[in-house]
Design a protein around this ligand. Sequence first.
Ligand SMILES: Cc1cc2nc3c(=O)[nH]c(=O)nc-3n(C[C@H](O)[C@H](O)[C@H](O)COP(=O)(O)OP(=O)(O)OC[C@H]3O[C@@H](n4cnc5c(N)ncnc54)[C@H](O)[C@@H]3O)c2cc1C
Length: 568
Amino acid sequence: MGRRHTRGGTVTVVGNGPVGQTTALLLARWGIPVTLLDGRAERDPIGSKAICQQRDVLEVWDAIGVGRQLADEGVTWGCARTFHRDHELFAQTFVDRGISSFPPFVNISQARTEELLDEQIARSSLIDVRWGHEVTSVDQDESGVTITCRTDSGARVIASDYAVVAVGSRGSALRQQLGVTFDGRSFDDKFLICDIAADIPGWADERRFYFDPEWNPGRQVLIHPCPDSTFRIDWQVPGDYDLAAEERSGALDARIRKIIGDTDYRIVWKSVYRFHSRVADRMRVDRVLLAGDAAHIVSPFGARGLNSGVADAENAAWKLAFVLRGWADESLLETYHTERHAAAVENIAVTTATMDFLVPQSEDQHRHRREVLTAAVTDSQARAQVDSGRLAEPFWYIESSLTTYDPGRPFSGRPDRGCTPAAAPGILVPDTPVTLRGGGGTRLREIARRGILLLVGDDVSVDDIRAAALDAVHTPIRLVRLSEIDSIGVLTAALGAKPGEVWVIRPDAYIAAVTDTVDGLVSALRRLNGSGSPATPVSSASAVRDPDPVFGAAVRAEVSVDRVGGPR
Ligand SMILES: Cc1cc2nc3c(=O)[nH]c(=O)nc-3n(C[C@H](O)[C@H](O)[C@H](O)COP(=O)(O)OP(=O)(O)OC[C@H]3O[C@@H](n4cnc5c(N)ncnc54)[C@H](O)[C@@H]3O)c2cc1C
C-alpha cells in the first residue's frame, strides 16, 4: 500500500497555522509537493499568543530558513526567576550539553513567526497555498486521501497520497469524522493577557513568575519580555472575570499600574482565555496524521503548545518523505503516532502537575501549595516542589520502536529542570560546530537533518560500515569519521563516544543507536525504516523529485558521503 503513489507523491496539509506552515515547509525541504489549505480568507494575525520558542525548535525552523531571523528579532532570555510575594525563590538557567548556536529561549509573537513562515512558503515552488478552503470532510482509501472543501465558488475536491490535519483546537468535526476522541479537562479559572509597550529596562532579558504577589493575592502573574520594549503580562483571574467591565471602570489601568508604577505604557493586545488540557487518542489514522493543537492542547505554562506542535511537524515530515520517496515502509508512519502521542501524554502530565499547583482543585492541593510556597522561602527542598511550569524540552524517544536500547547508556529519567540528559539512544544529539574537509565549518544537527547520519569512531572499518549500511536501507546516508569533523574534540566529549563505536543519527537529529558491530548497525538501520527490512527503492521520478544538487555537491567534496538525495 505504502509505495503505490497514485496521487503524485503529494501531501495535503489542512490548516495554515504555525504547525501546518512548518509541516509544509519541512515536506517541501524533502522535495514533497504540498497543498496547504485554510478556511480563513487570508492571514489575520492576532496578538502574541505562543511567544516563547525553545532552542531545539528554533533549530527545526533554522532548517527551513526562519530560525536565525526569529532568534535575531526575538528577545533572548536564559533565566527564569520565580517569586513568592516579594521573595525570590529561585532563578533557573539552562544547560546545553553541546554548543548550540541558539539561546535556550527566544520570545517573539506568534504573528511574526507566522509572517516569517509565510515568506518562506512564498519562496517555495512546491507549496500551493489555498486560503478560503474550509475542509468539510477527509476521506481515504488504499489509493489515497480525498479532501472536500467549501469555497466561495462552491465545493472543491483535492486528492493526495497523505494528509496532515493541523486545524488547531477547534477541529472537532474533522476529529469526529476520523473517529478520534479528544478527552481531557478544562479549567474554571481564566487568564488575562495584556501585551504592553513600556520602557522597563530591568525586565528586558528574564522571565518573571510571581506567586501570590500583593497585586494579585492568592493567584499568580507571569511576565515575559518581548521585542520592541513590549511585555506580556498574564494574570490568573477568577472564572467570572469581566475584562470589558474592568476597562470601563479604570480597574485595568490600576491593575497594570500596580506592577509597572508610573511608567508610560500602551496596551498592544489583550485577551482573556480559559485553559484546556486534552489529547487525541490517535495521532495517525491510516493516511492521515494529526498535528499541533488539533492533536493536543495544554496550558501555556511551560510553553509546551506550539513548541511540541513543531516537533510533531518535524516527526511527520521526515517519515512521510521517507515513505513517499520509497526509502521506508508505510509502517514507519505508525511510529509518528507512538512517538508523538507519548510526547503529548507527557506534556499533559507535566502541565497538569503545574496546573494542580497553580490552580489547586481540592483543599489538599490548596494546603500543599500554601505549605510549599511558605517553606520555599528558606528551604531548598521545598523550592524544588514549586511548580511554575516546567519549560518546554524535547521529548525523549527512549521507548520508541525506532530506538535501539543501549544497556551501557541507560536513561536515568527526566533530568532536573533546565538540564538535558546525557547522549544516548532516544535523546537529541547535542549540537556542536563541526569542521568539514577543506576547512568549512557547519553544525552537527545541520548535517544530521539531511538523511541518516553515521558517526564512525577511529577504530571502525569505514569500508565494512559503508557496505553494510548501503545494503541495509535505501535512505540517504552520510557516513562521517567522527575525528575528521570534530577537530576540537567537543563532539566526542559531548557524546562520550568510544573509538570502536558507530552512532546512528535520525533525520530529526535524535540518536537512534550506538553500536560496535556490523550486525548491530544493520538491525538498527532496518529498525529505522519501520519494518526491520529495507524498503524496495522507488525508481519513478515522482518519488525522488530533485536529487539534492546543492547539498550533494557541497558535501561530496567535504565529507564522506555514500548516498545523497536528501532535502535541499
Ligand atoms: C489567547 C491565546 C494565547 C496563547 N498563548 C500561548 C502561549 O503563551 N504559549 C503557547 O505555547 N501557546 C499559546 N497559545 C496556543 C498557540 O497559539 C497554539 O498552540 C498554536 O496556535 C497552535 O498552532 P496550530 O497550527 O496547531 O493551530 P492554529 O494556530 O489554531 O491553526 C489552525 C489553522 O487551521 C485552520 N482551520 C481550522 N479548521 C479548518 C478547516 N476545517 N479547514 C481548513 N482550515 C481550518 C485555522 O483557520 C487556522 O489557520 C495561545 C493561544 C491563544 C488563543
